[in-house]
Design a binder for this molecule. Sequence first.
Ligand code: MG
Ligand code: MG
Length: 255
Amino acid sequence: MNWAGQVNIKSTAEILLMREAGRINASALAAVKELLQPGVTTADLNAAAEETLRKHGAYSPFKDYGHPPYPASITVSINEQLVHGIPGKRKLKEGEIVSVDCGAVFEGYVGDSAFTAGVGEISASALALLETTEKALYIGIDQMRTGKHTGDISAAIQKFVEGKGYQVTREYTGHGVGRQMHEGPQVPNYGIPGTGILLRPGMTIALEPMVLVGTHRTRVLSDQWTVVSADGSLTAHFEHSVAVTEGEPLILTVL
Ligand code: MG
Ligand code: MG
């Protein structure tokens, strides 16, 4: 990945703009979350996010991203789909777990955040997966302090997730975020404490544990975007964009 090396330190003014982008992003995800029920199509979820972004003068950095150009404003990944599922005619069903990833560009700055939630009642094992993945995100965020290294974040996430008997993905990582959706540093969900990039105030990172019940291996479907677990097991994904400060980590992608 050619963005892995470039780490951009943001000024306080830039972080305030990123906080606004993050707030809008959180509003779009909240609109999607309200719709999660059986019978709703994944295209409906995309439309709700797009409308919220537009209303706030923002747009998604996902649209037309990459090769082939990504065709929607959010990604919707169901059950064994880990990330990058393309919204369409598929209807949500009771008991499924749905990961929604959304970006927002506002005044030239990007927010990037994702959640996974159940449709109606879900199994106890699916619920445990969601709880572990969300908690892994906050355990990672807690390491985002001046003087720590990216490897401390990665190792904390990996240790927690593997301790619960799950796997972390190897092919997809957290990343710096700012004027670009993907900047340095790359922050894998596995690693060694004390290694990697030294964290400094003004670094802004999208942290995103992607957790699999079975093998950590994945494959990409023929649409060239949707990533699924290689063994078809359940997966989950939570993400926040977070700023490193002199003190507590500042979560940007909340209301
Ligand atoms: Mg994302
Ligand atoms: Mg991301």
